[in-house]
Design a protein around this ligand. Structure first.
Ligand code: 13P
Length: 235
C-alpha cells in the first residue's frame, strides 16, 4: 500500500487581511517547527496570497487558493486563473467546496473543468466526489489529487462526525476510487475529513484507516489551535 503522508489544511474562507494572514502563518510556522511527517497547507483569500507566501519563507507550508477559473485568461470579470495562482506561489487550490456549490450555485460540470485546468497547470487540488468526470473518462486520476469529505451539517457547527461514521464514508470513497480508476488512485489519493475539526478531536479522526488528514475552517484561524491539530500525534 502506498504511504500517504497526512495533510492538515486550513481553509481560511473569507477571513483575514494581508497583515493578519502573514502574522497567522508566521505563528503557525513557529508552532509546528519541530513537527515531522505531516504536510501542512494554508488557503488564505486571494488578496493575502503573496504576503502569506512571503511570510512562509522556507517553513515548508504549502499555499493554496480557495477557487479559480478553468480558462487561462480572457474576459471573465472577477475571476483568476490557475497560472495566476501559481505566480503567487500556490501549489494547491480548493475546488468544489460545499459553500461554492450552495451559496454560489457552482455546478459539478464547472468544478470538473476547473479540476482539469488545475491539473494542467500543475496545481494539485481537492474536490468533492461527483465532479471527476474528465478523470473518469480518462480512467485515471493523478496521485497528487486530494479529496475532502465534509458533512455539510458539521461545517462551522461544532458538530463532528464520529470517527466510525467518518471512517465508513472515507472507506466508501476509497472503494469508489478503486472501482472507478484503473490507476493506483485508490491507494495514493489522500482523503481529508472536514467539519468542526479541533485539537480535541483530530487524533481520533486521524487514527481511522482511510482518513489521511483534515480540512479545517474555523480552527485554522488561530495559530495555536491550528498547530494543535497539526500536532495530532500521528499513529
Ligand atoms: P469548520 O472547520 O469551520 O467546520 O469548516 C470546515 C470547512 O468547511 C473547511 O473547508
Amino acid at each position: 500500500m502506498a504511504l500517504r503522508i497526512p495533510m492538515i489544511a486550513g481553509n481560511w474562507k473569507m477571513n483575514l487581511g494581508i497583515a493578519e494572514g502573514a502574522e497567522l502563518v508566521r505563528g503557525i510556522a513557529a508552532g509546528i517547527r519541530d513537527v515531522k511527517g505531516v504536510d501542512v497547507l494554508v488557503a488564505p483569500p486571494f488578496t493575502a496570497l503573496p504576503a502569506v507566501r512571503e511570510a512562509i519563507g522556507d517553513a515548508g507550508i504549502f499555499l493554496g487558493a480557495q477557487n479559480m477559473h478553468w480558462e487561462t485568461e480572457g474576459a471573465y470579470t472577477g475571476e483568476v486563473s490557475a497560472a495566476m495562482l501559481k505566480e503567487t506561489g500556490c501549489t494547491h487550490v480548493i475546488l468544489g467546496h460545499s459553500e461554492r456549490r450552495s451559496l454560489f450555485r457552482e455546478p459539478s460540470e464547472d468544478i470538473d473543468r476547473k479540476a482539469a485546468a488545475a491539473v494542467r497547470e500543475g496545481l494539485i487540488r481537492r474536490q468533492l466526489e461527483g465532479s471527476l468526470q474528465q478523470f473518469r473518462v480518462q480512467g485515471s486520476m493523478p496521485a497528487s489529487t486530494i479529496l475532502a469529505y465534509e458533512p455539510v451539517w458539521a461545517i462551522g457547527t461544532g458538530l463532528t462526525a464520529t470517527p466510525d461514521e467518518a471512517r465508513e464514508v472515507h472507506g466508501f470513497i476509497r472503494g469508489w476510487l478503486g472501482d472507478t480508476f484503473v490507476s493506483d488512485a485508490a491507494d495514493q489519493v489522500r482523503i481529508l475529513y472536514g467539519g468542526s475539526v479541533k485539537p480535541g478531536n483530530a487524533a481520533d479522526l486521524m487514527a481511522q484507516p482511510d482518513i489521511d488528514g483534515a480540512l479545517v475552517g474555523g480552527a485554522s484561524l488561530q495559530a495555536e489551535t491550528f498547530a494543535g491539530i497539526v500536532r495530532f500525534d500521528p499513529v
